[in-house]
Design a protein around this ligand. Sequence first.
Ligand SMILES: Nc1ccn([C@@H]2O[C@H](COP(=O)(O)O)[C@@H](O)[C@H]2O)c(=O)n1
Ligand SMILES: C[C@@]1(CO)OP(=O)(O)OP(=O)(O)OC[C@H]1O
Length: 161
Amino acid sequence: MDKIYRSGIGFDVHKLVEGRKCIIGGVDIPYEKGLLGHSDADVLLHAISDALLGAAGLGDIGTYFPDTDPAFKGADSLELLRKVGEEVKKAGYEIINIDSIVMCERPKVNPHKEQMKANIARVLGLDVKQIGIKGTTTEKLGFTGRGEGIASQAVAMVRSI
Ligand SMILES: Nc1ccn([C@@H]2O[C@H](COP(=O)(O)O)[C@@H](O)[C@H]2O)c(=O)n1
Ligand SMILES: C[C@@]1(CO)OP(=O)(O)OP(=O)(O)OC[C@H]1O
């Protein structure tokens, strides 16, 4: 039977505040502020999770892990992403590739990219070559430019098994 190819898109934003860890792509990045959220607030993994769920026609991250459920308070988003990968497989799809972008002036993403890719590849059972991560500033414009929060966007492509 012919394979079905589908793409998905994800976007997320978390606020930067004092007294929280700055976890992005499963890496605890040393930074003066951290990301606020019900979970560990890993903005990149949330965008990737939504892209994968969208590609597989499964809805969104909040449907699977409601931010009103105490079970997900402080949750490790790598573990949430692992579950997303399992749902994608259960729905009959394999992941072809993921591409993503993290938008902030600081912290710099480049020094941590390889570790982020390794983390994502591990929980999804992928090769690191199937994962793209880019950092960009927004040229000091908007809430990301003022350092009030970090935004992330991701796309994913899946193929029927
Ligand atoms: N948080 C970030 C932002 C940017 N980078 C790297 O710097 C390059 C230039 O960024 P511009 O927004 O000025 O185009 C970008 O291509 C990344 O390589 C980063 O690592 N982390
Ligand atoms: C990850 C979840 C888990 O409750 O919570 P948050 O850390 O608040 O993240 P967000 O991207 O705002 O919402 C998705 C939720 O599923």
